[in-house]
Design a protein around this ligand. Structure first.
Ligand code: NDP
Ligand code: MG
Length: 382
């Protein structure tokens, strides 16, 4: 039996992780979960999965949950960052699925690493902001990081039985998002509703907007650099609108291996939970003849500047990726609240990066300072 904690069980990745648990219910037990606002769903999850611990980030929502739970429920309810860390560190859990959205995932993920847990990493922001500091912690505490992000899961699978030094380049695929083929003029008038219509994946709002700006691919470039310890020049982003080829690796002998599947996050989630074993499931089989054709094109780096900014952040190093991530997080929130336009996201990210002098990251405080500096800088810019 595998015992797991899920940080962010009410979100897109969290609920799909619970789908995997339903499918493999004789092999996985959920011991601890967390949510933020969706108290009704947390109640249903507690009644179905009977976890020992549940964190509701917001104190008032935690009280609400306690009130609506039947009195026979034994699940302990905690709240705040302390509660989130308790879910991450929960002794019985050997694997922690990090499915919260944004930099809020940093502290609990580090706490889980320090307890030697296996990290099923969906929360890419942790690796983007912490980079080598997180990878070093993972080695020091023997806490393996297994990617949940479909592209990184694909690369990880392509690399099985091969060493990183045999890599020529990584082929990181991108759907292109809802605005593929549009130019800057078209993007001047797009709305939040337009940006939330992803063609292939159903995801949380933050990552859906990141997919529309191609910042998601930028964050994934940074994630791949640290996860697989490769040079940014070895990462080639390719737009592949059908989202069937999830990514690939070209080796030094010019043989290329790619991983394919339907765009269904339950597949990489299940792979991370059971690695190195493959488990049977009832999901849809891939029929390439039904799909017919797969197409590939170069990304438009001029219109979608967030992707270029990610490469620039990597070459600047130090706190720059953390600053780009924090700036983007703030901008996406402002865009969702209809306070800035779609194109402002990339423009503000660029301005913030231009005014930042990167420092070394040797502690969590250095990352949090970079985040705070970014928030203050954006306030001055607006
Ligand atoms: P969602 O927005 O769907 O879910 C976010 C989860 O985090 C919810 O459980 C939410 O709780 C909780 N949460 C939100 N804000 C806070 C907070 N301040 N404190 C504590 N918990 C909070 O996101 P996704 O599932 O789409 O994404 C999660 C992570 O996985 C992201 O890092 C994303 O980049 C990554 N990822 C997602 C993919 C996808 O297909 N969705 C694919 C690859 C990576 P509540 O709902 O109760 O408010
Ligand atoms: Mg992805």
């Amino acid at each position: 039996m595998k015992y797991i904690s899920i940080l962010g069980s009410t979100g897109s990745i969290g609920t799909q992780t619970l789908d995997v648990v339903r499918e493999q219910s004789d092999k996985i037990t959920v011991t601890a979960i967390s949510g933020n606002k969706n108290v009704e769903l947390l109640k249903r999850q507690i009644l179905e999965f009977n976890p020992e611990l549940c964190c509701v980030m917001d104190d008032n929502n935690a009280l609400k949950l306690k009130k609506i739970l039947p009195s026979y429920v034994k699940t302990q309810i905690v709240s705040g960052m302390e509660g989130l860390i308790a879910v991450a560190e929960y002794e019985k859990s050997k694997t922690v699925v990090t499915a919260v959205s944004g930099m809020i995932g940093l502290k609990p993920t580090i706490a889980a690493i320090k307890k030697g847990k296996t990290i099923a990493l969906a929360n890419k922001e942790t690796l983007v902001t912490g980079g080598n500091y997180i990878m070093d912690l993972s080695k020091k505490y023997k806490a393996p990081i297994l990617p949940v992000d479909s592209e990184h899961s694909a690369i990880f699978q392509c690399l099985m039985a091969n060493e990183n030094k045999a890599i020529n380049k990584i082929l990181l695929t991108a759907s292109g998002g809802p605005f593929r083929g549009k130019d800057e003029e078209d993007l001047k008038t797009v709305t939040v509703e337009d940006a939330l219509k992803h063609p292939n994946w159903s995801m949380g709002k933050k990552i859906t907007i990141d997919s529309a700006t191609l910042m998601n691919k930028g964050l994934e470039v940074i994630e791949a650099k640290f996860l697989f310890d490769i040079e940014p020049e070895q990462i080639e982003v390719i737009v592949h609108p059908q989202s069937i080829v999830h990514s690939g690796v070209e080796f030094i002998d010019h043989s290329t291996i790619a991983q394919l599947g339907h765009p269904d996050m339950r597949i990489p989630i299940q792979f991370a939970l059971f690695y190195p074993k493959r488990m049977e499931n009832s999901y849809k089989s891939l029929s390439l003849s039904d799909i017919g054709s797969l197409t590939f094109e170069k990304p438009d780096l001029k219109t979608f500047k967030c992707l270029s900014l990610a490469f620039e952040a990597l070459s600047a190093g130090g706190t720059m990726p953390a600053v780009l991530n924090a700036s983007n997080e703030t901008c996406v929130k402002l865009f969702l609240d209809k306070k800035i336009s779609f194109l402002d996201i990339g423009n503000i990210n660029e301005k913030v990066m231009l005014s930042h002098i990167p420092a070394k990251i040797d502690s969590i405080e250095a990352i949090l300072e970079a985040e705070e500096w970014t928030k203050q800088t954006i306030k001055k810019l607006l």
